[in-house]
Write a protein that binds this ligand. Structure first.
Ligand code: FES
Ligand SMILES: [Fe+2]
Length: 355
């Protein structure tokens, strides 16, 4: 259900609030990027805010990582000023200790531990060199896998986060907005679209003949030949995987580009703005030459990402997104919005029913 918002310019430009899409009050369930694994040493605690939800993540002495709600169940001191004792986190204030399950396991002044002495814990995994936590007590899906790299050894390079004044659901549309490729990037390409969807993920594959009109298009034709293909896979509207140069050839039919992969990991902020963490990922090939090739692919992924990124950034800082006048050509965008609005709200949502 879409309700009207009472906002500026309301008499001349209709605005609507979606149940989940572009709604800063709502955080869907899913896997959220916290930090690089190497940024969290044994016995270290870090705190994060995703939307309005305050979390702490800590690494126990064993190396295992845990995520909990940030405030102690006793009087609410923030665990970020506590310390790690073996696999537990100890509150600074009265030194209650909590296991990674969120259950209090020690109260220094008494032997009995009340049943209510517990905080919410969240599933936490380390993959692709990063720490991810799930916005919900039980993870209903595994972390998105990079397509084609399932089960392979990978290497990852992290880039600096980009801040956007807008909600990340808007910037996520960038890869599937066909009109802007011509108007913003000077790429007048016709796309054949394939879409697959399940409850938590949506996959777009865009292929077509490479145009040869503008200077940018000619350059593109020189490098990738007659056909192009790129794919976007979105998970829980908080993580996107981009694959470029899939089945694309360089100069002649026998020279195939390696497919390049990156994640866009999104962190919604409380005021409706967002951070995007670009993460370049590729398979790690054996031997010295293999390593050189793997690092070259990471470098090339970054270069191609920057080729398009700078044109886009200005848009998402200067937009009040509305969905009233989408065209047939915007079908991938409409499809994406419908997909987001069907996701499950998490406990981290401000208006969550079961909070
Ligand atoms: S506030 Fe944490 S132990 Fe008292
Ligand atoms: Fe773009």
């Amino acid at each position: 259900m879409v309700k009207m918002l009472d906002k500026i310019n309301r008499n001349t430009q209709k605005q609507s609030q979606h149940p989940i899409f572009n709604n800063a009050q709502v955080i869907p369930e899913g896997w959220y990027f916290l930090c690089q694994s190497k940024e969290l040493r044994p016995k270290q605690i870090k705190d994060f805010k995703i939307g309005a939800q305050k979390l702490v993540v800590y690494r126990g002495e064993s190396g295992k990582v845990y995520t909990l709600d940030s405030y102690c169940a006793h009087m609410g001191a923030d665990f970020k000023i506590g310390k790690v004792v073996a696999e537990n986190i100890q509150c600074f204030f009265h030194q209650w200790q909590y296991a990674g399950s969120g259950n209090c396991v020690k109260i220094p002044c008494q032997a009995e531990i009340p049943a209510r002495a517990k905080v919410q814990a969240y599933p936490t995994v380390e993959k692709y060199g990063a720490v991810w936590c799930y916005a919900g007590p039980i993870a209903h899906t595994p972390l998105l896998e990079v397509p084609d790299l399932e089960g392979k050894e990978t290497i990852t390079r992290f880039d600096r986060a980009n801040f956007s004044k807008g909600h990340h659901h808007i910037s996520m549309i960038n890869g599937i907005d066909p009109q802007h490729l011509a108007t913003v990037h000077d790429l007048n390409i016709q796309m054949e679209l394939e879409v697959q969807e399940d409850q938590t993920q949506i996959f777009f594959s865009l292929t077509g003949d490479t145009p040869r009109g503008s200077w940018t298009e000619k350059m593109m034709y020189f490098f990738i030949g007659k056909r192009y293909c790129y794919q976007m896979k979105y998970a829980d509207a908080c993580l996107a995987s981009l694959t470029i140069l899939k089945n694309v050839y360089f100069l002649k039919e026998s020279w195939k580009w390696p497919a390049l992969h990156m994640f866009y990991a999104y962190r919604p902020l409380e005021d409706g703005s967002s951070l995007t963490f670009p993460i370049y990922i590729t398979s790690l090939e054996p031997g010295v030459w293999g390593k050189i090739k793997s690092h070259f692919r990471l470098w090339l992924t970054k270069r191609l990402y920057y080729f398009l990124k700078d044109d886009d950034e200005i848009i998402y800082d200067n937009i009040r997104f509305n969905t009233h006048n989408l065209l047939n050509m915007d079908a991938p965008v409409s499809r994406y919005i419908r997909y987001v609005n069907k996701l499950k709200k998490s406990l981290w949502s401000i208006d969550c029913d079961h909070a």
